[in-house]
Design a protein around this ligand. Structure first.
Ligand code: MN3
Length: 196
């Protein structure tokens, strides 16, 4: 079985003060771990037992049920951890920086649009920076839905489920999104996805 809980790519307290050790302990160690456990339980003894997580998500996309939800949330969370880093955020760096300016107008305009989308996603879901036919776009998905199942290529994501921020920010989702954009975005990861 190839579906496993990946380790965080940084120390559990590395994103403080923006995302606390307490939040990551619960979010990675309980929420993400539970999605992985559920996926493993549901594929056991089925033809998907040896499939990769991406294959499982894509195979379930046309009839999303419990396995789609568990597998897509497993993938989305692994992508989320890599979308952040200590001392990240701010203006984009590398090759994606020029595209941000070309497709959004400026780094500030990108941040304003991402902030509005992430705050505007009603209830649980995800905000994404994607490549859509050669153009950068911001999009959101509900619950476990992921751009992985469509034609858009995911470059970065932010989890806007309440469990992602409630311990640190309570109901203040705008402050959580602002902290992500200012201090946490991993532009190296976005550049690697863009090139890959
Ligand atoms: Mn989450």
């Amino acid at each position: 079985m190839s579906v496993e809980l990946p380790a965080l790519p940084y120390a559990i307290e590395a994103l403080e003060p923006h995302i606390s050790r307490k939040t990551l302990t619960v979010h990675h160690g309980s929420h993400h771990a539970a999605y992985v456990d559920r996926t493993r339980a549901l594929i056991k003894g089925t033809p998907l037992e040896s499939a990769s997580l991406v294959e499982i998500v894509k195979a379930q996309a046309s009839q999303p049920g419990p396995l789609f939800n568990a597998a897509a949330q497993s993938w989305n969370h692994a992508f989320l951890w890599q979308s952040m880093r200590p001392n990240g955020g701010g203006d984009a760096t590398g090759a994606i920086a020029q595209r941000i300016v070309k497709d959004f107008g400026s780094h500030d305009a990108f941040r304003e649009q991402f902030q509005a989308a992430a705050v505007g996603q009603f209830a649980s879901g995800w905000a994404w920076l994607v490549l859509d036919g050669g153009t950068l776009k911001i999009t959101t998905t509900s619950n476990a839905a992921t751009p992985l199942t469509g034609s858009q290529k995911p470059l970065l994501t932010l989890d806007v489920w309440e469990h992602a921020y409630y311990i640190d920010y309570q109901q203040r989702r705008p402050d959580y999104v602002k902290a992500f954009l200012a201090h946490l975005v991993n532009w190296d990861f976005a550049n690697a996805n863009l090139a890959g």
